[in-house]
Design a protein around this ligand. Sequence first.
Ligand code: GYE
Length: 337
Amino acid sequence: MRKKFLSTIAFAGAAALTMAGCSSDGDTEAPDDAANGGDTGGDTTEMITVGFAQTGAESGWRSANTEAMQAAFSEENGFELVFNAADNDPAAQISAVRNFINQGVDAIVIAPVVEDGWDDVLQEAQDADIPVILEDRTVTASEDLYAAWVGLDFKAEGVKAGEWVVDELAGDGPVRTVVLEGTTGSAPANDRAEGFNEAIDGSSVEIIDSQTGDFTRDGGRSVMEGYISNYGVDGIDLVYAHNDDMGLGAIEAIEAAGAVPGEDIKIVTIDAVKDGMQALVDGKINFIVECNPMLGEKAAELVKAVLNGEEVQQVNYVEDQSFTQEQAAEVIDERTY
Ligand code: GYE
């Protein structure tokens, strides 16, 4: 552990210097030991211990993100990773971060389940001189409380989804739309709703209902079953799902009701993970906006830079793209997630 490791060397060095001062004839020559870069034959590798507080394992996107983070924060890259998945429970995630602080890790990385409630524990990390890097989702706490953030522009993703719907589906009659929202209080759910609503404003796209499916396939399916029961298949023109997994759940509900997803009811989602892209190629989803989960390398780069005392950019966006059914068919075989 870097912090403890370095403090041990510092202590050993100081002790050695003190010893030299006491026992020698005032020779101020620093003794030859690890603290002075001397070759003591000991292990001087500085492993960086990082506590990573992941949201959970709610979706295909999350699995891809976790894999990318574990690959980047590997031993061969100089890290010892302490991993916690909070099962989408904000209180459990904050408790995990407190544990990391008590363990005295060198740095903490968080993918915050929800935006609010982070001020106290981030202040505690700062008081313990442990830098925090956010990856994926953002928080409402002051930027002074964390060193940097790397992720995606969720609002822009919502705008891109809404603009496609307006361009391709809006016309004279209403486009009766039901929304499958992400986790309540999470940045992607809030921002994807805001962006979509801005893009459809003034068009014939009409949101008739909006409920959370918590970013899970089961959640998407059960909410969609409720929509079909309330409005009937013929009463719904479009599903806007904040992620692929809820869109895939909606497909199951639509097919169980005897209708054809992608035709009787159009579907637009966000993420572009493998299963979503396959449904797009199969014509069951009509348009997907990508949300790149490969954030590990940038997060690891930020941790090392911050621990080395380097200036880092506070906000770090990763590029996104979007796919029609035709575009998905061209790229699906070469995609890594
Ligand atoms: O869209 C979803 C995951 O925070 C961007 O969380 C991420 C979202 C992603 O569960 O699939």
